[in-house]
Design a protein. Sequence first.
Length: 374
Amino acid sequence: MYWYTIEPLDVLLFREAKPFTPGEGSWAKGQFPPLPITLFQALRSRLPTYHQKTRDLTFLGPFLLDSHHQLYVPTPKDLLAIRTNLSTSDAPDDDIEKNSNDWQTTRRLEPLSTANAADSYLSFDPDGLPPMVSPPLDKNQSICRPYPWMTAKGLTQYLQGNELQPPDFHDNPWSVQILPHSHLEDGTRQVKDQDGYFTEVAIRLHPGWKLIAAMSVKFKSPHVIRLGGEGHRAIVSPLANFQPWQALQAYEHPQATSNIAYLLTPGLAETQTALSGVYPSHWHKLLQGCVSDRALLWGGVSQVRRRLSQSPEQRGDPEFALIPQRAFVPPGTVYLFQDTLPSEHQVLPTRHTPHLDTFRLLNYGKLLWGKRRQ
């Protein structure tokens, strides 16, 4: 695997896949960082075109890199930041919806203990996993959320079960830019009444910040790729001897003391039921708890041009079609296991299909293993 930095030359536009039509109030949201397949296809565009669908390339990423070549990954979602105040009268209310770097130490969410009298009023589905709740705190302590990005060095401390400090975290290093689009009536200066207006959300990385990813192809010199919508470009540069990732490689496989797994890249949720779970269904009996966000649905509308039976080399008119929606588990999800660990080291369905082989090669659902000190 060879590491590369991807430095945008303009804003980045990764539109969500939800179908929408231009018109009054139409708003096309964006997603950042992009899914791995998006950046993989951009990097692969430098290679010659294959006539056959060969699956022989591997990929890992994308992540974030600052101006000091510090690698940043998503913050584990079970982390709580604890503020300690001089007196109980100075203690602010808990604010777990707001990210902050004004705190002193960290704690982790714990599985609900029914033996604790303070938790006896909570009820949940007995067939599901118990809720993850905050550990007991002193009266002069309050809770907030750490910033959403963590250094690779901080992640190694997390996987070792150690506490973390504010310098290990960083806020989102980008700004949102709203891009309105309007279509005018021919021969006039008026916007069309129908299909005349829609708005997109673009991302502009802060100076010094870049995307970073690894691929099993070696590019010797920098080159320019097309990345995202509207024909925007980015410079791809090789990054030799990338030390931050070498430190994380020690956690790619579980050890005898491992009891937690951290999701480094988006996982692919099970599709056997109408509800998309954030962990494989056969993990249920192995887990003590799980902390995640709502699964991200990715799908949309496609214009399919089918081959003509009388002339296979030609294609017919575009047809409306729906791309199957997949549910991706957000990176940073944390799984807390009991005594037995799963045999799989990726959050992917257990079936073996060519499509799932692609997800495996692109390292979707990659887990890093660690321990949680009691």
